[in-house]
Write a protein that binds this ligand. Structure first.
Ligand code: UDP
Ligand code: MG
Length: 314
């Protein structure tokens, strides 16, 4: 069995109902390519039968299927990183396990890589997700577009392909709270996009609660820009200027128009105060997001712990 040219990376978290059809469709597509391939599944702490199924795939095709079994749940992006560290292919493809990314679209990505791109992102032509999810994505897209220099049409689509050097750079960067498509965009010398199909989740539920989704998007924004902190400082300066003016106006009123004049404005002042206090709290939270991430880096704990790796590589 020659060294694989294409490595397909699939993070798996409680996907028992999807794995069999996924493996059947994916291996069929890869066999038809006529290029040596491997699939790396990372079992991200599944509590259902996912691991058992993955072990079965490894037994079926021991040279081509590799399984990394985590001791717990570390998140989709960490699961992908663990597979990136082990992938041997010159081209690395990422794909979700829930069949939302049709494996049949992989040749389109490969064609774009062969044409000279070193990172290719899928763009979901017709996205099959809830209205709220699509709306949140659009909002984050806008924030990302305004605050970072990352330009992509569909950051949430995980059907993507990368050249080895991009993946090596991602692995070397050693980040913990990371957002792989954005990192790849930074490290690539030529980015490309192709339109791909998208399906509704075949079975099971999304593994992202709204809380997890918001955390992930904070990883994206804090990982790639300090603009939120800077905007905050600018706003604080504007507030300080405004407050100073207000003091002047109040002092003027108190001295020249009498005590009653100033007392009437007390509720307005409360409103302004509450507003500023809440803005301060947002600021503290925002600083916390950056400090917390820096703290995790300083701790230097391993990003994940592997229970077992099933593979048969020479
Ligand atoms: N996933 C994972 N660990 C997690 C959450 C998700 O490995 O903590 C995997 C999941 O099994 C799937 C992919 O990441 O293969 C995308 O997850 P999901 O489909 O739930 O996300 P959505 O499509 O709702 O954004
Ligand atoms: Mg999905």
């Amino acid at each position: 069995m020659p060294t694989p040219e294409i490595s397909v990376v699939v993070p798996v978290y409680n996907e028992e109902a999807n794995l069999e059809p996924l493996f059947a469709r994916l291996s069929k597509v890869l066999d038809q390519l006529g290029r040596p391939w491997e699939i790396l599944f990372t079992n991200d702490g599944s509590r259902d039968r996912s691991l058992e199924l993955l072990q079965g795939f490894h037994r079926q095709r021991p040279k081509q299927v590799r399984v990394i079994d985590f001791n717990g749940n570390y998140g989709q992006h960490t699961a992908i990183i663990a597979a990136f560290e082990r992938a041997r292919g010159e081209i690395i493809v990422t794909l979700d396990a829930d069949l939302q990314n049709p494996p049949e679209e992989i040749p389109k990505l490969l064609a774009k890589i062969d044409a000279g791109c070193d990172a290719v992102g899928g763009v979901r032509a017709q996205r099959e997700d809830s209205f709220a999810r699509k709306y949140l994505s659009r909002l984050i897209n806008l924030v990302r577009e305004r605050t970072t220099d990352i330009r992509m049409t569909d950051q949430g689509c995980m059907l993507r392909a990368y050249r080895r050097r991009v993946v090596d750079a991602i692995v070397r960067s050693g980040e913990r709270a990371t957002f792989i498509p954005a990192l790849a965009y930074k490290f690539a010398s030529k980015n490309g996009e192709v339109e791909v199909a998208h399906a509704a989740r075949a079975a099971g539920e999304s593994k992202y609660s709204y809380y997890k989704l918001i955390r992930l998007n904070f990883d994206l924004i804090t990982g790639f820009t300090l603009v939120p902190l800077q905007v905050f400082t600018l706003f604080a300066m504007a507030c300080a200027g405004g407050s100073f003016l207000l003091v002047l106006v109040l002092a003027f009123g108190r001295l020249f128009l009498g005590p009653k004049w100033a007392a009437d404005g007390v509720f307005t002042l409360f409103a302004i105060l509450f507003f500023l206090v809440s803005v301060c709290m947002i600021g503290i939270g925002l600083i916390g997001e950056y400090v917390g991430r820096a703290y995790q880096c300083v701790q230097q704990r391993p990003r994940y712990v592997v229970r077992e790796v099933l593979e048969n590589v020479d």
